[in-house]
Design a protein around this ligand. Structure first.
Ligand code: FES
Length: 86
């Protein structure tokens, strides 16, 4: 779904920027994708997506099942679990 109409940025692109590019705030999002730097109407929703994505990542990193699975399966799987691909 498009979040930033001015720059054609989707929620998926925002989540990917958080996971893969270390974006953790609107400033980083503007720098990485150019989103939220024109009319600004997308800023509240973009901020919420970043917040949710960061919260989800922290939850996966600290979730006991994720941690146990990662320890059993090795480093490659650990990265997949932390990245939210499981
Ligand atoms: S909708 Fe994102 S800057 Fe306008």
């Amino acid at each position: 779904m498009y979040i930033c109409i001015c720059k054609n940025v989707t929620d998926g692109q925002i989540r990917k920027a958080v996971r893969e590019k270390g974006v953790h705030n609107l400033r980083g999002l503007r720098k990485e994708l150019g989103a939220c730097d024109q009319c600004g109407k997308c800023a509240p929703e973009a901020r919420q997506i970043i917040k949710d994505c960061l919260h989800h990542s922290v939850h996966l990193e600290t979730h006991p099942v994720s941690t146990a699975l990662a320890a059993m399966a090795g480093p490659l799987t650990e990265r997949a679990v932390v990245a939210g691909n499981w």
